[in-house]
Design a protein around this ligand. Structure first.
Ligand code: BES
Ligand code: MN
Ligand code: ZN
Length: 494
């Protein structure tokens, strides 16, 4: 909801105002409210030594001195460092604080951050609020009550209002898509298996107006997809290849986005040890979730690009029908793979998914996968790794990631890594040793994209936060929905 009221005259449960750090004077709505309060806000902030650090908030009860019951000051950090991500963080922190205070109606006054346009500023703040208030509570009998019911955005005047409206629309679109990805990642593996993921994809596609087709075991056999079939063979629940298509009129190019959809990764016959077999392994479908969530938002985003979404959905379990170390399987593009470690299953299923995508003739292919522990060793929870055969594509992805606040860092694909992925008995082997594991996984994938421009994003570090490490005001524990906002940003341009 948007209005052009003056912030100091807004009746609400919480009015959110930003404050810059390092003793900067209050400005904008904060200054107006301070004035209406006769300087009370600025003096209390100083007395209580509020440092205005990003993510920090301060609540002032107005006891009827303004129509707003509370003023929530939210830290923006030093003014010289101001950017959209700081606004996103500040909005997320304020929204959470408002929820803690049981506020129902919160108001966000207009903010300017030149040279950013009002729509970009609003989008970032709306994302912060919506993603900050996210929780996964569908399996809790007692909802610990989300109180925020109404968020109002203020515009300075009618001309500003247009930008705010557009930013609100995009912010909600991006946040809703990210929320869908988070929900899918957080779903327990007994509820979300490959067939269920395919059902959800079909349902989501129908509502969004996308084409959806799902390849079952017979269809995959007919296509020669021996790789995904071998990994999926160990589970009582069969694998699925989910294909989603967004086709806008007059599209000039096609981008394929491909996701790893391992709904639970036990490691298979090379069973994971106690320390690594964690609840986290339900999140091994986060790449697939990001693909489905992104596809679903494209029609409303009116993306100008044709997009093909492909998700390889399997459950990696040990059983009498599991793929075994030493097995040799043949992928759709004819290449043979010796399975020397059943826990390196992601690259095997992606071999067929990428070959399938490549056969559909896209101009470029982007895959997202929780592929390696190695990427987590490199980055902790703080950045995803991107690797590619095309620097122009990487640069554009890094640019999109930067704009969304999703950290991404490039790793090299030295040709020597490929030598390690050669098998003595097949074209390739699926594991080439621990060191440089993220790059070895990526260079294996490169063998299946038919030399098309391709980028692989290893989201193992960022897809799921097991502890508080890496969390933030709009990034909770559990599924993060990483990648959705970057892909949507990337796909909104031509
Ligand atoms: N899904 C895992 C990677 C992973 C680990 C994601 C931890 C998130 C958190 C992947 O299938 C895997 O097991 N990779 C192995 C590959 C190795 C056997 C070559 C790894 O990285 O250890
Ligand atoms: Mn694995
Ligand atoms: Zn895995």
């Amino acid at each position: 909801m948007i209005s052009t009221q003056a912030p100091e005259r807004c009746a609400c449960d919480a009015l959110v105002v930003g404050a810059y750090a390092e003793g900067a004077p209050l400005e904008g709505a904060a200054a107006k409210v301070d004035q209406a309060l006769g300087g009370l806000l600025s003096s209390v902030l100083a007395e209580e030594r509020f440092k205005a650090k990003p993510g920090h908030t301060f609540v002032l009860h107005t006891h009827g001195k303004t129509p707003a019951k509370r003023i929530i000051a939210t830290g923006l950090g030093p003014k010289v460092e101001a950017n959209l991500e700081r606004l996103r963080v500040a909005a997320g922190a304020a929204a959470r604080r408002a929820a803690d205070a049981r506020a129902k109606h919160i108001v966000l006054p207009a903010v300017t951050l030149p040279p950013h346009h009002p729509d970009a500023v609003t989008q970032a703040r709306v994302e912060g609020v919506a993603l900050g208030l996210y929780r996964f509570s569908r399996y809790k009998q007692q909802e610990d009550g989300m109180t925020v019911e109404r968020v109002e955005l203020l515009a300075t005047d009618a001309s500003h209002q247009k930008g705010v409206e557009e930013g609100l629309r995009r912010g909600l679109l991006f946040a809703d898509a990210t929320t869908l990805a988070r929900d899918l990642v957080n779903e327990p593996p007994n509820q979300l298996n490959p067939t269920r993921l395919a059902e959800i994809a079909g349902e989501t596609a129908r509502i969004a107006g996308l084409r959806c087709s799902v390849l079952d075991v017979d269809a995959m056999q007919a296509q020669g997809m021996g790789a995904i079939l071998s990994i999926g063979g160990g589970s009582a629940v069969p694998p699925r290849l989910i294909v989603l298509e967004y086709t806008p009129p007059k599209a000039k190019r096609t981008v394929a986005i491909v996701g790893k959809g391992v709904t639970f990764d036990s490691g298979g016959i090379n069973l994971k040890k106690d320390e690594t077999m964690l609840e986290t392994m339900k999140a091994d479908m986060a790449g697939g979730a990001a693909v489905i969530a992104t596809m679903q938002a494209l029609p409303a985003l009116k993306s100008p690009v044709r997009v093909l979404g492909v998700v390889a959905a399997v459950e990696n379990l040990p059983s009498g029908t599991s793929v075994k170390p030493g097995d040799i399987v043949r992928a759709m593009n004819g290449k043979t793979i010796e399975i020397n470690n059943t826990d390196a299953e992601g690259r095997v299923i992606l071999a067929d998914a990428l070959a399938y995508a490549a056969q559909r003739n896209p101009d470029e292919i982007i895959d997202l996968a929780t592929l390696t522990g190695s990427a987590m060793i490199a980055f902790g929870y703080l950045a995803a790794a991107v690797m590619s055969n095309n620097q122009r594509l990487v640069n554009r992805l890094l640019d999109a990631a930067e704009r969304t606040g999703e950290r991404m860092w490039q790793l090299p694909l030295y040709e020597e890594y490929l030598e390690k992925m050669r098998s003595p008995v097949a074209d390739l082997q699926n594991s080439g040793g621990r060191y440089g594991g993220a790059q070895k996984g990526a260079i294996f994938l490169r063998e299946f994209v038919d030399s098309r421009p391709w980028a692989h994003i290893d989201i193992a570090p960022t897809a799921f936060l097991e502890t508080d490490e890496g969390t933030g005001p709009y990034l909770p524990k559990g599924g993060t929905g990483y990648g959705v906002r970057t892909l949507l940003t990337y796909l909104s341009g031509s």
